[in-house]
Structures are given as C-alpha cells and as structure tokens.
Design a protein around this ligand. Structure first.
Ligand code: ZN
Length: 343
C-alpha cells in the first residue's frame, strides 16, 4: 500500500510536469503524470506531448515498464476514454496492470470523459480531487476555461509607464521596459498558442512577435501571430510577414468573433498584446481572463493610455481587478491580476 505522502509528492511533481509543457499541447490539455511502483517508489513520469504524440499517462507508463504492474498512477487530469489521434489512456492503464489511479481534476468534456468509470468497472481504485484547486489554478487553468466557454483563455499583457502611458505623444513606444521585463514577455509568449495585436500597433511598432531566447535566437516553437486588420492596412514589408512564424490576418468584427475563429484553429491560450483600442474591445466584452502588466519607473505626462474608452463614467462603475502576484523585473514591476468575477 502506497503511503499517502508518496502520492502527494507525486501529485506535486505531476503538476510541475504539466506546467513544463504549457503552450505546446493545444488543443490537448497540458497534463503531468507519475507512476509509483507497488512499494510507492516513483518509477516513471511524463507530460503531454505535442498533438499526435503520447498523452502524459502513456509516456509515464512507457518509462515505468513492468514496474507499473500493481502500482499507482498519479495524474493531474482524469485519463481519457476516447480514441482521438492516440488510443484511450484508460485502456493503457489497464493493460499496464495499474491497480490505483489518483486524479486531481475530472475530465470536463463528454468527448474524452468516462475514463474513471472504465477503470472502476475493471476493478481499479480511482480517487478524484487530490490537489484539485491547485491543479485547476495551474497549467490546466487556460485549457479548462477554453473547453468550458468554447473560446481561448485570454492573457492581456501590457507595458506602461508609472502614469499609465503605453506610448509617448509622438507615438514611439519601444523599450518602455528593460531587459528583464522583455525576457519575461518572451517566456510568457512561449506559453501561449497565439499572440494578437491590432493593425494600429502593427503599423506603429512593426513588431515581429516571435519567441526569442535570452541569447537572441529564435525558439523552435512559435505561437501563431494574429493581426486584426479589417481594412487591409498591414504593409507587405511588415516584419509580421517574415517567415519566422505563421501569421493570420483577421477581419473579425468583434473580439468574440475573433476568439471563436481562433478556438476553431485549436488556440486554447491567447496573448493579447495590442494597444489601447484592442484591449478596450476585449475588456468591454468581459473577454480578458488574466492581466500581466509591466510598470516602468518612468513618467511621460502625455501619450496613449494603457486602455481606451471602456464606457465607464463614474468611479462606482470602475472595472475592478484582484492582484494575484507581484514580481520585480530589474527596475520594472510585473503585476499579475484577474478581473473580479473570474476564477
Ligand atoms: Zn489520454
């Protein structure tokens, strides 16, 4: 019998494994799994591979081999029971002779659901809910929001001066923040399936929107670059048209239409990097799930504000947010927030 503490340590490891593949698994969830042998010794671990590759449980079972027989599998999401591009994980667990499965979060989709029941029907002990809240708030948070609401989870990232300006009066906005904050943005992009800006930002800044490593090299996996360009203003010479990553030009009329189209393209986690107009469009429709704000210790006194008109005229109508984390990034401060009313 495996000691409960061994299972808790295995779940902590499984949660970390899920975090390590965030941004590489969509439309599949970023899951982590650990196999404990019958005596409780960890003998295998795995995380969801990119689409078409093995799910976390299958990768962990492959590493464990025969040592999984009579053992326990600890996994962040309920094992799937359906055949997609890979076979059902529930069947792989049965074939491996696992006798107990510990799950953090139940499968929310009817398509892949039923794994726990299939295991129980075959005599496997299944426990659901260990570290459930931590798992829901961790690597699975974006995917859970996406499949429940049929739209990508939206992270709005912005860099502003202390007085909330994202550009100077002449429109220049490069290098508001320092190196550490910019490196953090590249790490954040790497966790997302797509990055979106409006044509205004594309014209003003001519950004490349790629993920680069600290040494300046381009990362092997790049999120889809999306430009909302209803009037076809993006010039042929724009850096967004280089071959460094795929680019989608969207003529979506609303933020909701854009999200629906991106969900159909398997985007589950979207980084909103546009200027004040695009940010306001998303905020007005309640379509921002998380905010990552880099505040630089600078003042401009004039220039574009962080966000455009939200249709709010009185302080009682202010959109309020909750701070979830604060981190120093060199001279800049990174604040993470959630709009109130979102979990
Ligand atoms: Zn699976």
């Amino acid at each position: 019998m495996t000691a409960p503490w061994a299972e808790r340590m295995a779940m902590a490891r499984a949660l970390a494994l899920g975090e390590s593949v965030l941004g590489t698994t969509s439309p599949n969830p970023p899951v982590g799994a650990v196999v404990l042998a019958a005596d409780g010794t960890p003998v295998g671990e795995g995380a969801t591979a990119p689409p078409g590759g093995p799910h976390a449980e299958v990768a962990a079972l492959a590493e464990a081999g025969e040592r999984a027989r009579g053992g326990t599998v600890v996994v962040t999401l309920e094992p799937c029971a359906h055949t997609g591009r890979t076979g059902p994980c529930a069947d792989a667990l049965l074939a491996a002779g696992v006798t107990r499965v510990v799950v953090a979060v139940p499968e929310p989709t009817s398509l892949a659901g039923g794994g726990a029941q299939r295991l129980r029907d075959a005599g496997v002990e299944v426990e659901i809910g260990m570290e459930g809240p931590a798992a829901e708030a961790g690597a699975l948070a974006s995917w859970l929001t996406a499949v429940r609401q049929h739209r990508p989870f939206v992270v709005w990232k912005a860099a502003a001066t202390l007085d909330g300006r994202v550009a100077a009066a002449d429109g220049t906005s490069r290098w508001i923040t320092g190196d550490a904050a910019r490196e953090a943005v590249h790490r954040l992009r790497a966790t997302c399936d797509a990055v979106v800006i409006g044509s205004g930002t594309a014209l003003a800044d001519d950004p490349q929107l790629t993920v680069r490593r600290p040494d300046g090299s381009t990362a092997p996996r790049q999120p889809l670059r999306v430009v909302v360009d209803r009037r076809g203003r993006l010039p042929a010479t724009a850096r967004l048209r280089d071959g460094a990553a795929s680019t989608l030009l969207s003529d979506a009329a609303t933020a909701g239409d854009l999200l629906a189209a991106l969900y159909d393209r398997d985007v589950r986690r979207l980084l909103l990097e546009g200027g004040p107009t695009l940010a306001a469009a998303f905020l007005r429709e309640g379509l921002v799930d998380e905010v990552v704000l880099h505040l630089a210790p600078k003042l401009l006194g004039a220039g574009a504000p962080l966000v455009g008109d939200l249709g709010i005229s009185s302080i009682t109508g202010a959109l309020s947010l909750t701070v979830t984390d604060v981190t120093r990034r060199g001279q800049d401060v990174e604040i993470r927030l959630r709009p109130d009313g979102r979990s």
